[in-house]
Structure formats: structure tokens, C-alpha cells
Design a protein around this ligand. Structure first.
Ligand code: GDP
Ligand code: MG
Length: 250
């Protein structure tokens, strides 16, 4: 295990058509990290398929700050962006957060510290854990609670909030799990967490302060359909694996 101050962290910011907010968010994030974050850090802006000025702004930010870099992919999908950036990373810990900084940054050190000390393998922000302070539309609140309840009913999982855009994992864990994650869009997070539990890894949850940003890239209906299909796929894969394992034991 590395002494704490030698640990490096790469924070990926997935962006799709975010020209309005990108510059302000990256500046706020870098200021925060510079002043309050004890580990070595870098920020990667992971852009897919944006059709506005996002890429140009990202490149300008990277030119201005040596700790900021840009990854560009032609195909859409937040999961795809995270997977590509994390697999290319040489940092000890890889993380991501949504560009709107809906999660208050004071939760970032508590997110990373359990990984840096070796206590946990994966760390996630949670809006549904006791102690979280959440401001969001009732519609998103209800959908989020129902979705997480459905996951519990299907998998009896331990984590409380699959979809908070605020997560970190050891790079070694990312390399082990990502090749098994099929979804490249929004279900990516849930699939990754279910796999982590299946592999017996320890997931640490941090209650966050969350203020919803109403400017959303999410189409609620199609994302809900994608999520339910994903849950059923993972469940039937598990059932098949369970059957194969039982057969192999006999
Ligand atoms: N790289 C990449 N990022 C995306 C894509 N779609 C959404 N994002 C980013 O994912 C983050 C969360 O999106 P957002 O619209 O805030 O989701 P919401 O908070 O759940 O409504 C933001 O940083 C978006 O820019 C995509 O296709 N590719
Ligand atoms: Mg958002």
C-alpha cells in the first residue's frame, strides 16, 4: 500500500453539450482540489459527440492548466466515456463527477479517502442514505427511490443509490470489472456496482449534499426502459452463471 501522499487520483468529468457550464465547473473543481485535496490529482474532461462548443472550451481549459486534459470520443454514451478514460488512466484511483457539480465538493475527500487508505474498493455518493441533504424535483426523487427499490428486490444488494453521479474506484478494480460491464450509457453505474458486489468487493457510501441542476441530458422514459432491461439482463446472466457453477461443482 502506498503512503497517502503518494496516491494519485484522476477525476473524469463526462460532458455532452455542456458549453454553458464547463468552464465555470472546471475552474471551481480545480480551485477546490488545489486548496483542500491532499492527494496528487488530475482532471480529464471526457467529451462524446458534443455538437456545441464543448470540445473547444475543453481544449482551452487543458491548455491553460497542466492538470487538465481532454478525451474525445465520436460515439455518445456516458458509460463509454468513463470506461475509456478509466481504462487509459495510470492513476491509483479513478473517479467521476457530473459537470453540473450537483454534489457538493466537500464529499469528495470522504469519497476518495477510504480507497486511498486501502479500506474499500469502490466508493459512491448516496442521496438516499441517512445524513444526505437533497434538493430535487419530486418526480426525480420518486423515480430514483423506485429504481433503487427495484434493484434491492431483484438483487438484495447492499448499496443505496446506484445513480448518483459521484463515484470512485481503485484503478486495479476498474481494470478487473470494466471488461465485464456491457452497458455504455446510463445503466453503466448500476451494472458496475452489481458486479463489484458479485466479486465480493467492498463498497463505501458517502451521504452527499445534492442540489439538482434542472438542465438535464437524461430522457427519463428511455433511460428507465434501458435501466429495467439492464437489470433483467444482469439477473438472467447471474442465474445462468449460478446454474453453470452448480453444474461444474457436481
Ligand atoms: N461523455 C458524455 N457525457 C454525458 C453524456 N450524456 C450525459 N453526459 C454527462 O453526464 C453528466 C450527467 O448528466 P445530467 O444531464 O446532469 O444528468 P442528470 O443530473 O441525471 O439529469 C453531465 O456531466 C453530462 O454532461 C454522453 O453521452 N457522453
Ligand atoms: Mg445533472
Amino acid at each position: 500500500m502506498l503512503p497517502h501522499w503518494q496516491v494519485s487520483v484522476e477525476i473524469v468529468i463526462p460532458v455532452y453539450n455542456e458549453e454553458d457550464m464547463l468552464q465555470q465547473s472546471i475552474t471551481t473543481l480545480c480551485d477546490h482540489l488545489e486548496n483542500y485535496f491532499p492527494y496528487d490529482w488530475k482532471v480529464t474532461i471526457a467529451n462524446n459527440a458534443s455538437t456545441d462548443g464543448t470540445l473547444a472550451i475543453a481544449l482551452r481549459l487543458a491548455e491553460a492548466c497542466p492538470r487538465v486534459s481532454v478525451l474525445h470520443l465520436d460515439q455518445k454514451g456516458r458509460g463509454r466515456a468513463l470506461r475509456t478514460a478509466w481504462l487509459a488512466s495510470d492513476a491509483d484511483i479513478v473517479a467521476y463527477m457530473d459537470v453540473d457539480l450537483s454534489t457538493n465538493l466537500t464529499a469528495f475527500l470522504p469519497l476518495v479517502a477510504p480507497l486511498a487508505t486501502g479500506h474499500s474498493d469502490v466508493a459512491i455518493g448516496s442521496r438516499l442514505l441517512k445524513g444526505a441533504a437533497v434538493t430535487r424535483q419530486w418526480k426525480r426523487e420518486v423515480i430514483s427511490r423506485c429504481y433503487n427499490l427495484l434493484i434491492k428486490l431483484l438483487f438484495r444488494n447492499g448499496f443505496s443509490d446506484a445513480q448518483c453521479g459521484f463515484k470512485a474506484l481503485k484503478r486495479s478494480v476498474a481494470r478487473r470489472l470494466l471488461p465485464e460491464v456491457e452497458n455504455q450509457e446510463w445503466f453503466f453505474d448500476t451494472e458496475l456496482l452489481l458486479l463489484a458486489e458479485e466479486h465480493g468487493l467492498r463498497i463505501y457510501e458517502v451521504p452527499v449534499d445534492w442540489i439538482e441542476d434542472l438542465d438535464s441530458r437524461v430522457n427519463i422514459v428511455s433511460t428507465a426502459v434501458e435501466d429495467v432491461k439492464g437489470l433483467l439482463r444482469v439477473r438472467s446472466r447471474r442465474a445462468r452463471h449460478g446454474a453453470t457453477a452448480m453444474y461444474a461443482e457436481q
